[in-house]
Design a protein around this ligand. Structure first.
Ligand code: IMP
Ligand code: MG
Length: 177
């Protein structure tokens, strides 16, 4: 663990602001899905913290599933490829599927998932909730249904997001200056 890097970490979105926005997103989702059930699909590992906070504020019946993808490796730039590590899911026929992402950057992962859910699960309308939206880095168009924060083109860590596997445990979102 490189302590030098930790020293140059600046807060981009603080803990309180994160928690407030997560509650707002959960409220909006609960309102939109009133009288229905949701299957939340958390994309590991990055979205695990966000997903666990989010579900606790959703007040319609929720089922939580996980898939595991990898796109960054140990770099600070998206590889442009999606590696599927575990796509094991139950039958999603007739379910309201809401994919939970930590960040939508180039849109490569979201695009992959849209095709995957359409082709493998027959779901035409998979929805996305993302904590962070790096809109300026988009290479593939993505329709985001719920977006926490639009951010500039920073490489960010914390609250689930990593650099080389570290920093996921930070309670805030930070960037290296
Ligand atoms: P995309 O496929 O380029 O949209 O990137 C999606 C994935 O790359 C996210 O789910 C993250 O896991 C990772 N990623 C993108 N930007 C960042 C970042 O700034 N910090 C850490 N991980 C990132
Ligand atoms: Mg991710």
């Amino acid at each position: 663990m490189d302590n030098l890097i930790l020293k140059n970490l600046q807060v981009l979105v603080g803990e309180e602001e994160l928690q407030k926005r997560v509650k707002e997103l959960a409220k909006q989702i609960s309102t939109d899905f009133e009288g229905q059930e949701i299957t939340l699909i958390s994309v590991l590992k990055g979205s695990v913290i966000f997903a666990s906070d989010l579900i606790r504020h959703i007040d319609v019946p929720v089922q939580l599933e996980f898939i595991r993808l990898s796109s960054y490796g140990n770099e600070m730039r998206s590889s442009g490829k999606v590696k599927a590590i575990d796509l094991t899911l139950p039958n999603l026929h007739g379910k309201n599927v809401l994919v939970v992402e930590d960040i939508i950057d180039t849109g490569t992962t979201a695009n992959f998932l849209t095709s995957y859910f359409r082709l493998q699960h027959g779901i035409d309308e998979v929805k996305f909730v993302t904590l962070l939206n790096k809109e300026c880095a988009r290479k593939h168009p993505v329709k985001i249904d719920y977006s926490g924060f639009v951010i500039e083109d920073y490489f960010v860590v914390g609250y689930g997001l990593d650099y080389g596997g570290y920093y996921r445990n930070l309670p805030y979102v930070g960037y290296f200056s």
